[in-house]
Design a protein around this ligand. Structure first.
Ligand SMILES: *Cc1c(COP(=O)(O)O)cnc(C)c1O
Length: 489
């Protein structure tokens, strides 16, 4: 690590007794004696002792070392790193929302329940579903919830041998993982060279043990699965259900609805499509929608609107269980509601087409220099299989690292696994043509560098605080605390 660049770590600035705030004397001398001995800490916490200015500089310097959608273009495929309008932040932090407690009685939080119910209703309209729960905390959590619903459905009919889930080989890694966590067996179905599901390979897999087929549409190669209706009919005829991984819903907004494609259960990533900043590991939200006839299996509690216009929480016996202690990440739900209300139906209908246009614009502009394994109109994202000229030895990893020198976040690399040198680009609808053109110019420049001066690309990045960390060591032995850092010195 380049310590000069970072400056001192806040623990190194610590001076015994230095304070950034003065705390009034404890006015309740009995308070300490009221805490049972066994619960008291044995030693003082090891906190840095610093003045207020050092704290401000510490956080400001850390944020300057960070990269986000608010600092630059972030074309990370499959992640939908779009701009999140600040008005949505403001709405979610209104005191009436941020000051309530999740366990307050329903009659004291009617406004919050109405917000929840309104979003659930709007997502149902957007997804073509009957009802949504907003309780799951992430996309993967939504997948698990959806599979629990599917299992509860089959079990309610006494159809207990349905224990397998079919997942395409192009699927996001969370799909097979969620199926495994739900106690279901994963069977993989191959993709065709164009990235879509091989329907002929799927057909013989559809026996009476299939609980569901999980699909992402458009798939992770950015291609719309045009045979989806036919697939849904096949799966339904075999007694299985269709699960829609809606993390890629962005390009479908205003254009097509999973419910109309034949899906029975779906999740949406609010933190991708509906305006919550993400990339740092949370908070997220993965609402799950179901078609009519499956709503009784949604997790407890459900928010219902009563005939008199009030809202209450309901728990049912058929529910697949509880997936969260409360009603999910409420702040994320509010951002999504504010986003949908501020765009309106006609505004939302622009999202999908613009995201699709931007992706195709970049793809067509770079196809002479980068290898395009699937030469079709894409949706929100597409995949290059590295540089076209393979003689330079410059890999996708090298291109991604070199992009950092030019101030861009790298695209997703080495995913999907369909190609050796995957470079997956998703520009989103929120970027201007000028930004797309700058990115295209830089990608062209890197292709030229790869030919004329390959070592400069292979040794990139040259301008970042850290150049090339050891990926394996970083994963196996991450240094995440000051204590760990000291012990590695
Ligand atoms: C991001 C993503 C997921 C997982 O969502 P998390 O919120 O990260 O759990 C699942 N499927 C696809 C296609 C995704 O892009």
């Amino acid at each position: 690590m380049n310590r000069e660049y970072y400056g001192k770590i806040i623990f190194e600035l610590s001076k015994p007794g230095r304070r950034g705030a003065s705390i009034p004397k404890n006015g309740c001398p009995d308070a300490m004696t009221a805490i049972p001995e066994a619960l008291k800490r044995e030693a003082e916490p090891e906190l840095p002792e610093v003045d207020e200015l050092s704290v401000v500089r510490h956080y400001t310097n850390m944020s300057n070392n960070n990269f986000g959608v608010d600092t630059g273009f972030y074309p990370l495929g499959s992640c939908t790193m779009k701009y999140n309008p600040k008005i949505n932040e403001e709405m979610s932090s209104l005191a009436g929302f941020s000051g309530i407690h999740p366990y307050q009685p329903a009659e004291t939080v009617q406004g919050a329940l109405e917000a929840y119910w309104t979003l659930q209703t709007m997502l149902s309209e957007i997804g073509g579903m009957y009802e949504f729960t907003l309780n799951p905390f992430a996309g993967a959590h939504g997948e698990l919830t959806g599979l629990m619903i599917i299992r509860a459905y089959h079990e309610s009919r006494g159809d207990t041998k349905r224990t397998t889930v079919i997942v395409p080989d192009s699927a996001h890694g969370t799909n097979p993982a969620s199926a495994a966590v739900a106690g279901l067996k994963v069977v993989e179905v191959k993709s065709l060279p164009d990235g879509t599901i091989d329907v002929d390979a799927l057909r013989p897999l559809l026996d009476d043990t299939v609980a569901a087929v999980m699909m992402t549409n458009p798939n992770t190669a950015g291609i719309f699965e045009s045979r989806v209706k036919e697939i849904a009919d096949m799966v339904h005829a075999a007694g299985g259900l269709m699960y829609y991984d809606g993390a890629n819903l962005n390009p479908m907004l205003g254009i097509a609805r999973p419910g109309d494609m034949g899906f029975d259960v779906m999740h949406i990533n609010l933190h991708k499509t509906f305006s919550t900043p993400h990339g740092g590991g949370g908070p997220g939200s993965g609402p799950v929608g179901v078609r009519k006839g499956l709503e009784q299996f949604l997790p407890n509690p459900r928010v219902v609107k009563n005939p008199d216009g009030t809202f209450s929480l309901e728990c049912g016996d058929d529910a697949c269980g509880n997936v969260s202690a409360t009603l999910g990440n409420f702040g994320v739900e509010l951002r999504a509601l504010a986003y949908i209300l501020s765009l309106g139906k006609s505004g939302l209908a622009h999202v999908g087409p613009l995201a699709t246009l931007n992706a195709n614009y970049i793809k067509q502009s770079l196809r002479d220099l980068y290898l395009l394994p699937i030469d079709r109109v894409c949706k929100h994202e597409f995949v290059f299989d590295g540089l076209k000229d393979k003689s330079t030895g410059v890999t996708t990893l090298n291109v991604a690292k070199r992009l950092l020198d030019y101030g861009f976040h790298a695209p997703t690399i080495y995913f999907p696994l369909l190609f050796h040198e995957s470079l997956m680009i998703e520009p989103t609808e929120t970027e201007s043509k000028e930004t797309l053109d700058e990115f295209i110019d830089v990608m062209k420049k890197i292709a030229v560098e790869a030919k004329e001066n390959p070592d400069s690309v292979k040794s990139a990045p040259h301008s970042t605080p850290i150049s090339r960390p050891d990926d394996t060591q970083a994963a196996l032995n991450p240094v995440v605390t000051f204590k760990d850092l000291k012990s590695t010195k």
